[in-house]
Ligand binder design. Sequence first.
Ligand code: PMP
Length: 388
Amino acid sequence: MIKDAKSRIDEIQRSGKYRQLRLVEQTSGPEMVMDGKKLLNFASNNYLGLSNHPVICQRASDSIATWGTGSGASRLITGNTSIHEELEKKIADFKKQESSVVFNCGYMANVGGITALTDKDCIIYSDSLNHASIIDGARLSKAKIVVYDHCDLRDLEAKIRAHGKTGGLIVSDGVFSMDGDIAPVPELAEISSQYECALMIDDAHGTGVLGKAGRGVCEYFNLDDGVDLHMGTLSKALGSEGGFIAGSDLLAEILRNVARPFIFSTALTPSSIAASSAAIDILLEENWRIRKLSDNSRYLREGIQSMGLDVPDGITPIIPVIIGKNDDTVLFSSILEQEGIFSPAIRPPTVPEGSGRIRLTVMATHTRDHLDQAISSFETAGRKTGLI
Ligand code: PMP
């Protein structure tokens, strides 16, 4: 309640969970100026460095000359331009699906997709570490939500059997946003087929990152079928903004007719649409970015693991360094910042209690020198906090 706001803030501060906005004054890929200080950015999901790509910037600015700065209405009124349609076709081809529907952000794609396809008679089986936008979509849908243990296929199957009802929706992140691990998508596809469920994969962090061509987690597993809703974002590796769901023509049709975030919100600006469209072209042309991202991720992960900090194995550019208590995590992050590295403390409720962490994200545009600076700063912070 609004009248309790002060005491709630006091409580948030006491528990070490207080959050504050920082001011970025300048950024061009890995280097940035924040609150007046030059820092190296290890906290951006701009994995391939495309948000600063000159060709993409040019195509975004050309689109303003043609279309103006705003789309003026929702897609179903007058906001549906030819570049919106061209982007949806490009995403569908990229994801090897019949169709796709673009939403204004990934959050809205999850909320829109889940609420459009489920209702109070449905069961949603959701991984315990799924992104907040999946959780919120599931809650809004009024369906029964059954949470299964993280990536635990036995638990999922046991829970589906216990509910004895087919026709549910299984939903999972493809790459988990705070841990960087990859969901067992082929096995999820098998289970969903066996129990006649639909399968939705949120590939926000796999799109542009996993698979030889960057098509995402399904390409990584060589999986052609079995996922019904391929959700992704345009805001991370593709360097722009927006979200999408790709799948069958019928799926796209139902989303356009029923998904409230699609129906009741003004269409994305032409410049964002043009940037996303150009980003898919560049991603396919400049395949070295995907390989460089993977090399950089391996180098940084191994560098930090080798000093004895708690870093799980993995292959994605999301590298969690588990610290534990909230205050210790904040202290660790502030030492990194003194050393010129920006990688914020991630605390509950974003991650489970007691698993406060530094969430490092790597970019293809980090140089070897940037990575070495990060490794040496982690060593300094690890020693100062007594963790190594
Ligand atoms: N899904 C996942 C797994 C995410 O990490 C995020 C963003 N943090 C979203 C969805 C939401 O995407 P957007 O930022 O484009 O709204």
